[in-house]
Design a protein around this ligand. Structure first.
Ligand SMILES: C[S@@+](CC[C@H](N)C(=O)[O-])C[C@H]1O[C@@H](n2cnc3c(N)ncnc32)[C@H](O)[C@@H]1O
Length: 502
């Protein structure tokens, strides 16, 4: 079909035919098959024609409700929304827009009515709509005039007086075209909360010709430009103000590219403190049939989580966070297990592993063994016991370094980090090529700060040239205790950093 239209009428006719079918409601895969074009080409045709990357061409229908059903604020570090949320004017039309549950939680937790909220990557306006509904002032910007147009369209509503019944004022957001890297027209110390969702590194292209659109950049260029965003964010926020940024990883050649951790580091280096590190689960993952078989056959996990760090502008300017230099003595023991043909069924296929609390440890080990140690020895290193052992040459096919069972403190963490680095170094000779090194980590709080141990261990291992990061897995107990909102979220997730010995 494509060739025929191209030969007969040229590129313009092909685009018109594609857009006409899209307008008629034909699905993206059907269009792809009919015209022999990729999903990326289809997105490009739509973005060029409409000035924004939208998934449906029709305008959204009337408003069904003003609030989510039985909303409860999140209380732990793992956020999971089965439905994306369709109250007020929210809809999935702007491609890659975030679920309104995210800005709703962030705005309710970190601002009060009348406060000023800034979203400089506003896209289709989700944050601006929530700010308006919740009685916050809002500056909403995007580099793409097409996105600004959609935001304005989504803000065309007058909400009824909700909640307390008190006549809270409604503030109309200020919506403008603008570049997140240059907020020079916003004065310093003036914003209460930043809540934004950047277009990380080429995963979705948001425009075709707009200079400064970060969605067109490679990962290193994206990180460099985000440094400017972080510096500007720090300048405009009030001391103590929060900055919530949603980030995701990418995958190349069956290895994870940890854009999330790398961007968090950019914000910490700019001078932010870290208040929370939330894991946001993604539900659009394909986990059965073809994808299950592929994930097992090629041994990779489908990305099923994003990171939502909540940064905080320090009350007084401080230099970058430093862990203390002193160490506790490190001692540990090794346990060696010969791998037998254990149950190979029902393995996890995504990066988020959720197990019942009482079987969490066993299920985690079963999945690790089956995924990363199908033969030979599975060697487990437990920190904080009596003996002091050297790794030596083990012939293990997987080396699993366990997070200490004791309450974590900064000095103990420094000791654990030393152990991990030393064993990683020794693994160069200690485990064969093709084997895996797995490091367990859990964020913890110390003197009011969140210590992002997954990120810090990833950074500590970056110099080990014989190891390549294969996966970042998030492990979560199935039924986290339900509790009332408190100042800090309850940390319930842990990380498994999985490295391949090259
Ligand atoms: C992931 S989308 C945001 C979606 C938004 N949270 C929503 O719910 O609709 C990222 C947005 O960043 C915008 N963008 C890219 N580079 C930018 C820049 N330098 N300054 C401001 N906006 C930019 C893109 O146009 C895109 O709309």
């Amino acid at each position: 079909m494509r060739l025929h239209i191209l030969q007969a009428h040229g590129e313009t006719a092909l685009k018109e035919a594609v857009l006409a079918d899209k307008k008629r409601g034909m699905s993206d895969p059907e269009i792809g098959a009919r015209y022999g074009i990729s999903f990326n080409t289809l997105q490009q045709i739509i973005t060029e024609a409409y000035g924004a990357n939208i998934s449906v061409l029709q305008r959204p229908k009337r408003i069904k409700r003003w609030e989510p059903f039985s909303f409860r604020e999140e209380t732990t570090t793992v956020w999971s929304f089965k439905q994306r949320g369709d109250w007020a004017t929210h809809n999935g039309r702007y491609r890659g827009n975030w679920s309104p549950y995210i800005p709703r939680n962030v705005i309710l937790k970190y601002s009060k009515p009348g406060d000023l909220v800034l979203d400089y990557f506003v896209g289709g306006g989700t944050t601006a709509v929530e700010a308006k509904l919740l009685g916050r002032r809002c500056i909403a910007r995007d580099i793409n005039p097409g996105a600004v147009g959609i935001t304005l369209e989504n803000l065309r509503f007058s909400p009824p007086r909700l909640g307390t019944g008190m006549a809270e004022p409604i503030y109309e957001p200020e919506v403008q075209v603008g570049d997140a890297r240059d907020l020079s027209d916003i004065s310093e110390n003036s914003v209460d909360l930043i809540c934004a969702h950047p277009p990380y590194a080429g995963i979705i292209r948001y425009s075709t010709k707009i200079l400064g659109d970060l969605s067109a950049l490679s990962v290193p260029d994206f990180l460099r430009e985000m440094r400017k965003v972080a510096q500007e964010s720090l300048r405009v926020l009030k001391p103590g103000g929060k900055c919530a940024i949603l980030l995701g990883d990418a995958r190349r050649a069956k290895h994870v590219i940890p854009i999330g951790f790398q961007t968090i580091r950019v914000f910490l280096d700019a001078g932010f403190g870290l208040k929370e590190l939330v894991i946001k689960r993604q539900h659009n993952c394909r986990t059965t049939g073809f994808w299950y078989a592929r994930s097992i056959q090629h041994n990779f996990l489908l990305l099923a989580h994003e990171y939502l760090p909540i940064f905080e502008k320090p009350l007084t300017a401080v230099s970058r966070e430093q862990l203390p230099l002193w160490r506790e003595t490190v001692s540990y023991w090794l346990s060696r297990e010969e791998v037998t043909e254990a149950e190979k069924e029902n393995l996890e296929t995504t990066t988020v592993w959720i197990f019942p609390e009482n079987r969490l440890d066993a299920e985690m080990r079963r999945n690790l063994i089956q995924r990363f140690c199908s033969r030979g020895y599975f060697l487990e290193v437990q920190y904080d016991e009596r003996e002091d052992l050297r790794l030596g040459e083990t012939h293990a096919n997987a080396l699993f370094i366990r997070w200490p069972p004791l309450l974590m403190t900064e000095p103990r963490f420094a000791g654990y980090r030393d152990l991990v680095v030393r064993l990683a170094r020794e693994s160069c000779d200690g485990i064969p090529s093709g084997a895996f090194l797995i490091v367990e980590a859990m964020d913890f709080r110390s003197e009011g700060r969140l210590i992002p141990s997954g990120l810090l261990l990833y950074e500590a291992l970056r110099g080990q040239r014989h190891l390549s990061l294969k996966e970042i897995v998030i492990v979560v107990p199935e039924t986290p205790p339900s509790n009332e909102p408190e100042e800090n979220l309850k940390i319930i997730h842990r990380y498994l950093l999985v490295y391949l010995r090259k």
